[in-house]
Design a protein around this ligand. Structure first.
Ligand SMILES: NC(=O)c1ccc[n+]([C@@H]2O[C@H](COP(=O)([O-])OP(=O)(O)OC[C@H]3O[C@@H](n4cnc5c(N)ncnc54)[C@H](OP(=O)(O)O)[C@@H]3O)[C@@H](O)[C@H]2O)c1
Length: 295
């Protein structure tokens, strides 16, 4: 039996879909009971949070746990509390931890990566069997640009000429499903990317080609990008993290391309043109009224 945390999110929802397709026995951990009804298939669910975890008896039912929490200031603390609850239950399930490419580099000072490293150190200290999934930036981050694409024909980001190995959340979920349902992944760090590393200018060209309209890239001054995120309601911690992340992108840190999606799942990762086609409604429909999380 597999426990899936973050099951209602971008990766988790698609993971539930992939596990249902694989006829795997999965239980979703949801914060709000009503959200379980929207999950694919008719999975079992348990209502809990990272800081109010399921009881020990429930935790002992799972031999694999998918661990995903949002990139926020409390992330390492919340995951640590949850991991401690599993350990305190006297249980040693295989943990599949969703991290981010860059976390494995001890010199990477992007705060999102530091949080994942902190959790990894805790898992190491407890000596739990673990597999890390370390995706590049999700293609879904581009949904944050749909508004300016529709209204102004522009993608803005403080990315300079840095390349990014954008990966679809669907492919991250496909790898997670395979790791959760097959042996031989203990101790691995899987860096997950799409098929190519793209500059934001390339992204603008692909958007132009798929939607047959002229879209350009505007390299945003980093401070302006950060201030706009705060003005849109993002927490300062997260907006500062976004600034650090794009500094890393500008320096070429996110340009990695791996074959791991294909090696683990047997399927090629989704090219950006296909992803854009699938997301057509978001790029051509009415503007979203909520800011999309950027990381
Ligand atoms: N964005 C990127 O480009 C990128 C790239 C690489 C790695 N990552 C990593 O991906 C992760 C985020 O993945 P995602 O985008 O799929 O997440 P997401 O869509 O933001 O979903 C977050 C999930 O966590 C749940 N959650 C939030 N707070 C919780 C709590 N206190 N207790 C239990 N569950 C809680 C949410 O449940 P509710 O539905 O109840 O809110 C939701 O299911 C982060 O760790 C980030 O570092 C992101």
């Amino acid at each position: 039996m597999i426990l899936v945390t973050g099951a209602t999110g971008r990766v988790g929802h698609r993971l539930m879909e992939a596990l249902a397709d694989a006829h795997a026995e999965a239980t979703a951990m949801v914060r709000v009971e009503a959200r379980a009804a929207d999950l694919p298939g008719t999975p079992r669910y348990t209502v809990a949070t990272f800081d109010d975890p399921p009881p020990a008896q429930t935790l002992r039912e799972f031999d694999r746990v998918f661990l995903l929490s949002p990139a926020q200031e409390e992330q390492a603390e919340l995951e640590t509390v949850f991991i401690d609850a599993i350990a305190a239950a006297g249980h040693r399930p295989h943990i599949v931890k969703l991290a981010a490419d860059g976390f494995q580099d001890p010199d990477n000072e992007v705060r999102f990566m530091r949080s994942h490293r902190q959790v990894a150190a805790h898992l190491d200290a407890l000596d739990l069997p673990v597999t890390y999934l370390a995706p590049s930036l999700y293609m879904e981050n581009l949904l944050a640009a749909t508004d300016t694409i529709r209204k102004e024909g522009v993608v803005r980001a403080p990315a300079g000429r840095g390349r990014v190995g954008f990966v679809a959340a669907r492919d991250v979920a496909a790898v997670a499903a395979r790791v959760l349902t097959s042996p031989g992944h203990d101790g691995e760090i899987y860096v997950l990317t799409g098929p190519e590393a793209l500059r934001y200018t390339d992204v603008a060209h692909r958007v132009s080609a798929v939607f047959a309209r002229e879209v350009g890239y505007e390299n945003q001054p980093p401070k302006r990008a950060r201030d706009l995120l705060v003005a849109a309601g993002m927490a300062h911690w997260e907006a500062d993290g976004y600034a650090e992340l794009f500094e890393w992108v500008r320096a070429g840190g996110a340009a990695t391309v791996t074959q791991t999606v294909r090696e683990v799942t047997g399927q090629d990762p989704q090219p950006i043109e296909d992803w854009l086609g699938d997301a057509r409604a978001s790029f051509t429909g009415p503007p979203p009224d909520q800011p999309t999380p950027v990381f």
